[in-house]
Design a protein around this ligand. Sequence first.
Ligand SMILES: NC(=O)C1=CN([C@@H]2O[C@H](COP(=O)(O)OP(=O)(O)OC[C@H]3O[C@@H](n4cnc5c(N)ncnc54)[C@H](O)[C@@H]3O)[C@@H](O)[C@H]2O)C=CC1
Ligand SMILES: CC(C)CCC[C@@H](C)[C@H]1CC[C@H]2[C@@H]3[C@H](O)CC4=CC(=O)CC[C@]4(C)[C@H]3CC[C@]12C
Length: 363
Amino acid sequence: MGQVAAGNPGGCGFLGEHVVRMLLQREPRLCELRIFDLHLGPWLDELKTGPVRVTAIQGDVTQAHEVAAAVAGTHVVIHTAGLVDVFGKASPETIHEVNVQGTQNVIEACVQTGTQFLVYTSSMEVVGPNVKGHPFYRGNEDTPYEAVHRHPYPCSKALAERLVLEANGRKVRGGLPLVTCALRPTGIYGEGHQIMRDFYHQGLRLGGRLFRAIPASVEHGRVYVGNVAWMHVLVARELEQRAALMGGQVYFCYDKSPYKSYEDFNMEFLRPCGLRLVGTRPLLPYWLLVFLAALNALLQWLLRPLLLYAPLLNPYTLAVANTTFTVSTNKAQRHFGYEPLFSWEDSRTRTIRWVQGVESSSQ
Ligand SMILES: NC(=O)C1=CN([C@@H]2O[C@H](COP(=O)(O)OP(=O)(O)OC[C@H]3O[C@@H](n4cnc5c(N)ncnc54)[C@H](O)[C@@H]3O)[C@@H](O)[C@H]2O)C=CC1
Ligand SMILES: CC(C)CCC[C@@H](C)[C@H]1CC[C@H]2[C@@H]3[C@H](O)CC4=CC(=O)CC[C@]4(C)[C@H]3CC[C@]12C
């Protein structure tokens, strides 16, 4: 195969920026890259001087004509755009519009304009944790699990993923079949991770301390952003050669990051930056956390006409943080030869350096 043009809706987000940089560094056949996002980052300018033609397009995935114009003429689309909101900042309708209708628009754009390969960033949330709080312990893509959701974000990701998988095999302009595939990262961490930054600042405000809220025994799956980006690039590269095997498939994104609780994992980066986690057990009893989470939800609802109150703790985030969800799989390795590009030590060092940079830039 010759040179390729790629499109990346959502290319200016946390994951999207890593995908863009990874494509430019690791995809020698790339001749053109279209980055389509609601908000374009200033860092894009530095990419425009390289050998690959980088075009930044400010646009909205909910506008079908804008998506079609951005996608036209590309060989592969990596769709990382999405509204990641589990804090109640956006309405359920907006989350649905961006994540579900936006994804439908991306699919239709591929079909209408003749783009044959589509890689979709799904999420572990498509599977769970479910509303019953069942643990998913070291599961893989075939592990039976009752995936039942109520929150708008996982509902939207599950619907969008289904649309992408069902679109596999549809004829695109020119008559060739569309080949689609969905990647399901667990909680992504690394350079640019907003929630890590929030925890860091909260720790500084509390005099260098964070207080344990979740038992250390609750394991939460995490994966380094560079490895998630690498998986996307590999899938985009391999979909053509392995269409029969990979088309319509889902893959968890995984690497060698250790299984730990959400807070203990964050401390791998925050401890070297001077924070400590107080308590070997949660400081507050669980019933009190449930009460505070419910109180936050009530306050959010009451204050909505006046201001946006969207704290980290709400009934949904508490349930996710307090339910074991970890993956153990080698499907990506078997299907398209994925090996993590970054070791755990590298991922950790890079993330620590980034947090330390956040510290110095905010002083
Ligand atoms: N952050 C995480 O831990 C995980 C994220 N994901 C998925 O990965 C994808 C990327 O997530 P992040 O990079 O963390 O989020 P992010 O919010 O940093 O990036 C999303 C990007 O999509 C863009 N976007 C949002 N609405 C848009 C619209 N209407 N039109 C065009 N662009 C729009 C945003 O401007 C942003 O640049 C999302 O689909 C998310 O569901 C999946 C698993 C875990
Ligand atoms: C103080 C609280 C008890 C702890 C709050 C932590 C939460 C804010 C986060 C715990 C687990 C996170 C989610 C998880 O990593 C899975 C996700 C996948 C996605 O696709 C989007 C993000 C997220 C929902 C992530 C969001 C923050 C947590 C709920």
